[in-house]
Design a protein around this ligand. Sequence first.
Ligand code: TMP
Length: 212
Amino acid sequence: MGTGGMHVLITLEGIDGTGKSTLHSGLGELLVDLNPVLTREPGATWVGDSVRRAIAEQADPVTEALLFVADHAAHLANVIRPALADGRIVISDRYTDSRYAYQSVTLENSIPEPLAWLQALHNGWTIVPDRTFLLIIPVDVALERLAAKSGREHFERKEILEKVQKNYLELARSDPSRFVIIDASKEKEEIRPFVAGAIRQFFLSSRSRRQR
Ligand code: TMP
């Protein structure tokens, strides 16, 4: 079935501990008939590995931010652009809004206007997602969930996650037609079919728009 060069780029965002990655893999199962490309940032490449190393070694915040942007460039070039050119639906677990939400916090003391700096770094070459599902949860609940797993990243502290989540909500407020806010404290059996249904509907409506 030809999709006529249609682009459908879906991203999942939210603080650590929202169940975002579990949702991501669940969507792969529920949307298997649409043959989506499931991908993530930081990516599964050597650039992604260097990002993980920078996180683990607590590299200086500007270095870390630039590696996240480099990872995004590689992700776009190697995975996202080719998949969209093939007419595939792409669903990414984290994307540019992660930089806008997290690095606005980590760069607070390094750069005068972190969000504007980050946006300028992306403008002109990134691809803005068609839909972004933002998982929101009380930070205490997220931290309880994270306590169960080992190997905490430096982002996973209450003060940071509070600010990151606030940044996410501001991003959503500034672009309400792209963002869909999801209450991540609901059961995954409820969230998963809702998000899958919304993606399916978006895909079908953009296809009929194209054919018109
Ligand atoms: P992950 O837990 O989804 O693998 O992401 C690793 C950490 O990196 C997570 O705490 C969020 C953070 N992160 C950023 O700070 N900026 C970014 O651009 C991305 C993609 C992730």
